[in-house]
Design a protein around this ligand. Structure first.
Ligand code: MTE
Ligand code: MO
Length: 518
């Protein structure tokens, strides 16, 4: 009996493997978003309540997507085992369970826009049904001779007599199913590579800036071990978006549309964009989900066309106070018109640290607006800017409970010493970064053991839109100590000690670390 359970569970897993493999291969023809695990995952992301999403970001960090996929695959595997067990009892039950499996995939594909996205799940389930029937027949053939019921008996036991043959039959059918699943999945995966825009990206030659970024002054980067570097490399820049499969947007077919409350709708190609005068600027981007002391922020040299000029070209009508930007992944983001036209370096960026935008960071074009959290400004893979009003249109995250407008809060972070580390008594360098993009940092103070606030030394400024490094020399005596930091921006406002969580408009509070001095 146990052997039958194991065999039927295995048959179920193989049925699942065939379904996913064939679906992957079909998705290679119909498009990557139809692969069932992806479709289910993307749907889960869109349906996930905000507290769960914040929990996932806080606990899995940039691995939140891996955690989600792992969870889905584990659930699929458990369900596949159930399909096998049911099917060996009674084929109709197994097929019905497989139909449920298919229905979930189809429902997810429909919620992802439907169309061709439902085809991979349909094809995968149909082929899997055939594999399941064949495997069940082989198992039943194995179990039949000595028993009354279909599932009783010793199944795969290699007793004397004719059962060796049937056991071999299941092994052959099962191995065939495994091979089909793996081969179809592998081939599908390889073919899905054809959707990649890596080669188009490699062919992009960015022109130099008409307005270069001011040279980074000596002393902007204190180069203290463990301290966040002034510029963040593309490879180590944080990534936050709702996508399991990175949008692959070809610069050859990409266009930007500006419409809504404008005098003249505008449509631009990527080639036209590159012919316009480009501005280069160092800007620090911060995610609203960044916790106090968190690292969901980065500072890069961006290259792009000023958004203000693009809006002027379209002619913004009186009354429009929001730019609702839309991207190929279905994301919508609301940005105040005022922040785009008030003279700050609001860009439609095409370059990041001297390279075309990495695919993960919005290739071929994204928005960057100094001083606003990413979810209200930094639209990656952007294709449309619609002039409208905050009263009329709510963007993706606003529909989910975040504020419609969200300037980045003035914050600071201690990078060294690391929390809960041990340091030697004597003169210790405490260092970190502070940011108030669009305002600039005026002062950073540190307090040890809740003592008086002491002024830290600021690194040279990289401009008001970037974070600023700071350092402070601490005479550390043996014992357990607590260090706190707070920043003051150029408007004169000092970072609030009031603790706030990321929802609805960004975390606040003072970062602190506890260290042991020996
Ligand atoms: N198309 C699209 N743009 C997006 C997002 C997204 O999910 N889709 N996420 C936003 C959020 S919440 C942030 S913080 C920034 C992050 O940009 P990065 O991944 O380049 O660091 O992108 C913004 N732009
Ligand atoms: Mo974000």
């Amino acid at each position: 009996m146990a052997a039958v359970m194991k065999t039927s569970g295995l048959a179920g897993l193989l049925t699942g493997a065939v379904a996913l493999g064939i679906a992957e291969l079909t998705a290679a023809v119909t498009g990557p978003n139809g692969a069932p695990v992806t479709a289910v995952g993307e749907t889960a992301i869109n349906l996930t309540p905000v507290p769960v999403k914040e929990f996932a970001i806080a606990h899995f960090g940039t691995h939140d997507k891996t955690a989600l996929i792992t969870g889905i695959v584990v659930m699929l595997a458990a369900f596949a085992v159930l399909i096998g067990v049911l099917a060996v009892r009674r084929l109709a039950y197994g097929l019905a369970a497989l139909a449920v499996f298919a229905a979930v995939g189809i429902a997810a594909a429909v919620s992802q826009g439907g169309g061709l996205n439902v085809v991979p799940t349909l094809a995968g389930s149909a082929v899997a049904a055939v594999a399941l029937v064949l495997m069940v027949r082989a198992i039943r053939g194995t179990a039949r001779p000595e028993t009354a019921g279909p599932v009783e008996g010793t199944a795969l036991a290699t007793g004397p007599g004719g059962k060796g043959l049937e056991r071999r039959r299941f092994l052959i059918v099962g191995a065939g199913a495994a091979a089909l699943g793996v081969a179809a999945g592998g081939l599908g995966n390889a073919l899905l590579g054809r959707f990649s825009v890596a080669s188009s990206r490699a062919a992009v030659r960015l022109p130099g800036p008409a307005v270069p970024a001011p040279a980074v002054a000596a002393g902007t980067d204190l180069r203290i071990p463990g301290l966040t570097p002034f510029l963040t490399s593309n490879a180590s820049f944080y990534r936050v978006d709702t996508d399991l499969v990175l949008p692959q947007v070809s610069p050859e077919t990409w266009t930007l549309t500006i419409d809504g409350m404008v005098d003249r709708p505008v449509e631009l190609t990527f080639a036209e964009l590159l012919k316009m005068p480009l501005t280069e600027a160092d800007i620090t981007l911060v995610c609203v989900s960044n916790q106090v002391g968190g690292t969901y922020n980065g500072n890069a040299t961006w290259l792009g066309v000023p958004l203000a000029g693009l809006l002027r070209r379209a002619g913004v009508r009186a009354g429009a106070d929001q730019v609702l930007s839309a991207a190929t992944d279905g994301m919508t983001i609301s940005t105040p018109v005022a922040a785009i036209i008030d003279g700050r370096n609001a860009l439609l960026a095409v370059g990041m640290n001297g390279q075309p935008l990495p695919v993960a960071h919005g290739f071929p074009a994204r928005m960057i607006v100094p001083g606003l959290y990413g979810y209200v400004s930094a639209t990656k893979w952007v294709t449309k800017l619609t002039l409208t009003t905050f009263a009329r249109k709510k963007a993706y995250w606003t529909q989910r409970g975040y504020s419609a407008q969200a300037p980045i809060k003035t914050e600071s972070r201690i990078d060294v010493p690391k929390p809960l580390s041990q340091v030697k008594a004597g003169r210790i360098t405490v260092a970190g970064v502070a940011w108030a993009p669009a305002k600039g940092i005026a002062k950073v103070e540190v307090s040890a053991d809740n003592g008086p606030w002491q002024k830290a030394t600021l690194a040279a400024s990289g401009g008001i839109d970037t974070w600023r490094q700071w350092m402070w020399g601490w005479d550390a005596r043996p014992g357990l100590h607590n260090l706190r930091v707070r920043a003051t921006d150029n408007s004169g406002a000092t970072q609030t000690p009031q603790r706030a969580y990321p929802v609805p408009n960004g975390a606040s509070g003072w970062d602190s670390v506890v260290v042991t001095v020996m």
